[in-house]
Design a protein around this ligand. Structure first.
Ligand code: NAD
Length: 481
């Protein structure tokens, strides 16, 4: 059944779009038509931003209590949970995420992020008195203003939750812009928002293309931009925000390293680390795509990786047994295949995959692919591929592993695998990324700050740091004496 929507969620209401333009979303599995949804225009954006600006002066933004904000966020989390099957089937249909992963990686992750913000807002210090120089001062944390959240296609519900949770917790109205590749789940999110007691003007959801994104980012009514997407687009968004002095958070690409130390237990390391590299069909910013392995155990570890990768089920993402589904679009498959060719041309050793699955004659599939003996200077070790392609880079000792992990333009995530937790912490503490996990495939912790060093971005989402990014700080100097 083709999903058809005709209205846009603007300022908390379902309204007719200003133009008749639509997005057609086709299945990455078999190219069948999944949905036809409205494409938002600049006029829709202007209406949404006017509503948001009015909301900024309304009681929710000016005087709601942390408890009220927490309750609203919890009610949204519950409304999304109540539509859980719709959320998971929609992301599977629109961008090919395996059903097996959708439940945890899209639904649970999104509601956990919101629940984290609800807990946080109840415990956050929004106002404190300090001594000052001549008289006491009151330090107040107030909403940053009208926010825009720009969302990529790969985990649309989760990234929307990053931005929505912080906006609602801070009291800032927000306009979300989902991407053209995966706009359908944003309508399920809007349905959940319509289910709750949402104050007028507070949230709008406008699926649109990059031009709409540019319009929103440069709009005079916007105070804050929270962007998640590619590093190239992030540079452009950051430049505009710099020019216009808008507050800006950039969550960008990655090329994260999973460091397997020489004492790692392979039985637990291999499945978890490979999942951290291949989940969501390898289309995750924080994916662990460089596998750093000690030369002393190189052959044994690569054999274990290869055996596991060969055992993965590739196919229809709606099948609950599927591990790896199709890439989101034909363009994405061309990109990934270009990198596989680059890996071969640059002399890396192709161990597993490298082609299209022979038993699937439609869909944007690429075999899970493992390269060994990859030079850390080569393109497949340095550039974000965004597909199920992993690169093994051998190292000599722990210092060499840290140096290789840090020899990257990116700095988003990473992991260390060891049977010695202290050694793991020591190594992780030297890795220059926004997150580094020990013996865990958790590439993002929904209650802790997440964001990048270097070209992986600027700023943090989630945790108190993520909430702070949606707040301005005001000092009120109290009367002397
Ligand atoms: P993209 O940069 O092409 O697009 C992301 C979003 O930005 C889309 O909504 C798009 O329409 C919009 N956009 C593009 N150019 C814009 C511009 N100049 N101004 C305003 N908006 C613009 O990225 P994508 O292909 O949708 O997503 C994949 C990328 O996102 C990968 O690089 C991935 O690493 C990154 N990502 C990062 C994180 C993170 O938290 N660091 C999370 C998920 C995805």
């Amino acid at each position: 059944m083709v999903i058809e929507r005709s209205q846009l969620f603007i300022g908390g209401e379902w309204l007719a779009p200003a133009s008749g333009d639509t997005f057609e979303v086709h299945s990455p599995h078999d190219q069948s038509l999944v949905a036809v949804v409205p494409k938002a225009s600049n006029a829709d954006a202007d209406a949404a931003l006017q509503a948001a600006r009015a909301a900024l002066d309304a009681p929710w933004s000016t005087s709601s209590t942390p408890k009220e904000r927490a309750e609203l966020i919890r009610s949204l989390s519950a409304a999304i949970q109540a539509r859980g099957n719709e959320v998971t089937s929609t992301v599977t249909a629109e961008m090919g995420t395996p059903a097996k992963f959708a439940m945890f990686g899209h639904l649970y992750a999104a509601t956990t992020v919101l629940d984290g913000y609800a807990e946080l807002v109840e415990n956050y210090t929004f106002e404190e008195q300090r001594s000052g120089v001549i008289s006491p001062t009151l330090i107040q944390k107030v909403p940053v203003g009208v926010a825009v959240g720009i969302v990529p296609w790969n985990v649309p519900m989760v990234i929307a939750a990053f931005k929505l949770g912080a906006a609602l917790a801070s009291g800032s109205p927000i306009v979300l812009k989902p991407s053209p590749e995966a706009p359908v789940s944003s309508f399920v999110l809007a349905d959940a928002l319509a289910d709750i007691d949402l104050p007028p003007g507070l949230v709008s959801i406008l699926p649109g293309d990059a031009d709409l994104g540019r319009h929103l980012v440069s709009h005079p009514l916007v105070d804050k931009v929270s962007f998640t997407g590619s590093t190239a687009a992030g540079r452009s968004v950051g430049a505009t925000c710099g020019e216009l002095l808008k507050r800006c958070t950039l969550e960008l690409g990655g090329k994260s390293a999973g460091i397997v130390l020489d004492d790692a237990d392979l039985a637990t390391t291999v499945p978890q680390l490979l999942d951290a590299g291949l989940q969501n069909n390898g289309q995750v910013c924080a994916a662990q795509t460089r596998l750093l392995v000690p030369r002393s155990r190189h052959a044994e570890i690569v054999d274990a990786f290869a055996d596991h990768m060969r055992s993965l089920a590739v196919g229809n993402p709606a099948d609950p047994s599927t591990d790896i589904g199709p890439l989101v679009a034909e363009r994405q498959r061309e990109r990934v295949e270009g990198y596989i060719k680059a890996g071969v041309d640059e002399g890396a050793k192709l161990v597993v995959g490298g082609g299209r699955p022979s038993d699937l004659d439609s869909g944007w599939y690429v075999e899970p692919t493992l390269f060994d003996d990859v030079d850390n200077q080569s393109r497949i070790a340095r550039e974000e591929i965004f597909g199920p392609v992993l690169a093994v880079v051998p190292y000599d000792d722990d210092d060499h592993a840290v140096a290789l992990a840090n020899d990257s333009d990116f700095g988003l995530s990473g992991s260390v695998w060891t049977s010695d937790a202290d050694r793991g912490v020591a190594v992780a503490s030297r890795v220059r990324t926004g997150l580094c996990a020990i013996n865990s495939g958790l590439i993002v912790d929904p209650k802790s700050p997440f964001g990048g060093f270097k070209a992986s971005g600027i700023g943090r989402e989630m945790g108190p740091e993520g909430l702070s990014a949606f707040l301005e700080t005001r000092t009120v100097v109290l009367p002397p004496g």
